[in-house]
Design a binder for this molecule. Sequence first.
Ligand SMILES: *[C@@H]1O[C@H](CO)[C@@H](O)[C@H](O)[C@H]1NC(C)=O
Length: 528
Amino acid sequence: MLNPKPTSKFIYITIVILISLNFLIISTVSEDSDDIEDLIALDEEQDEQSSQKPSSEAEVLTKAQRIVLELNNDNSQKSIDGNEYVFVLGYAPWDVRSAELMPRFAEAAGSLNELNTPVLMAKIDAERYPKVASNLGVKGYPTLLLFVNGTSQPYTGGFSSEEIVIWVRKKSGTPIMRINSIDEANDFLKKHSMYAVGLFDKFEGPNYGEFVKAATTDNEIQFVETCTSQIASILFQDVKSTNPFLGIVKNEPERYTSFEDAFEKDKILQFLNDNKFPLVTFLTEVNSVKVYASDKLQVVYVFAEAYEFQKLLELFQNAARKFKSKIMYVFVDIKDDNLAKPFLTLFGLEDSEYTLVTAFDYKTGAKYLLESDPTPANIEEFGSGLLKGTLPSFYKSQAIPNNKDEDILTVVGKTFDDVVLSSSKNILLEIHTPWCLNCETTTKQVEKLAKHFKGLENLVFAKIDASVNEHPKLEVEDYPTLLFYPVTDKSNPINLPTKSSSKDLAILINKYLKDSAHDEQPVTKDEL
Ligand SMILES: *[C@@H]1O[C@H](CO)[C@@H](O)[C@H](O)[C@H]1NC(C)=O
């Protein structure tokens, strides 16, 4: 069933013409929605033709129509019910991500059609046909759903057209491409740089069964199979003559990796998972979802300018080889704001222009920064420290401020220990962020309170901007937060209600001051 070529030249030419026509239709639909009615009429005409006379001409029409069908109130249910496999893109015309995905979806539709994949590719304008879209299960934009005999499953593949093709074929009965000749193998190599290859005596038996199961379960890797070692050796250099053989091929220095374990679905999938990413992954908009979804819980992210990173690439590849299947290494172009900024903000280093080597441990939520130069030894030590859990966690901090003559001390990450935890005073700490809604009101209240309590020896007012300062003992979810740290027990700060009046706050503070100084007569002020 693979790549069956149309037998007559006439059919072939007709397909080409119809494919081009359909692509034209796809582009006009989005530009001029008034034409949609006509297009639907055309679609239905074709439908009738194909059902009336099952001639080869009608088959060709059906095939071409199978590129991307625009669903609407009338044809939606019929399309889902009448086809074993329907792959639906739910979109909104104004949605940017839909707009990005649509050409890739159309390209995938073209490839799937060329490969004779029996899937109806369809799209639904969820704004124009909200009811149809909601019945189909389209909840956001863009949404991709595969209907198998009327039951939908969510899309779990990548977002390049190649990845869409691989996923759809996997889930619609063609999880593996069979390579039958040397020509086919060379042809395949021209189009694919990453794949899993299996060599079997016969396409049957338990080992082969596990291979097929793995191919179907996996969501993103193209599987190929052959029963000739000569063909296998084109696809995988130095293929071992062990039969069966399984290997993964990638377009990078670590090009060929062979599977050395027992042929069991889960072991095969684990092997692919451990080996599918290159030694160092270059983060892009397209692969980001896949990278973030990786099951590797310890990730080293390197932020640098692309040309700077070229000089470091080999060092990181060596480290990645050493910590393979444990740590994932990712390069992010520091100039790419969309990708780099969200990470750099976590370190308070969003304006950095220099190479930064960072790491995340998603098991513990800790983040790390390599503070020494990225030499081979330091990079390796950083990796082994990350694995052993011996690296010091990184906490954001502003520079240490000069608090001279201030009524309210500014605390930063680095001074939190000194000013708050180990000081011999009671501390009233305001935790704020620049964006929080009620922070300004609270800040004004705290200023008023600081004035009111001024001169009181055992009470210090302080504030910290939690957007740029962190401390392991400061875990706050809401802003603003007011915490009273009693001198007698700094590890159990008391939460003050930020919605209270200044007067009520003053009363509370007095009470806590009294509580924390049983033996001393506290100096208090009761009126504000
Ligand atoms: C879909 O339904 C048809 C007819 O009942 C059946 O032959 C086919 O195996 C079903 N396909 C899948 C993938 O379950």
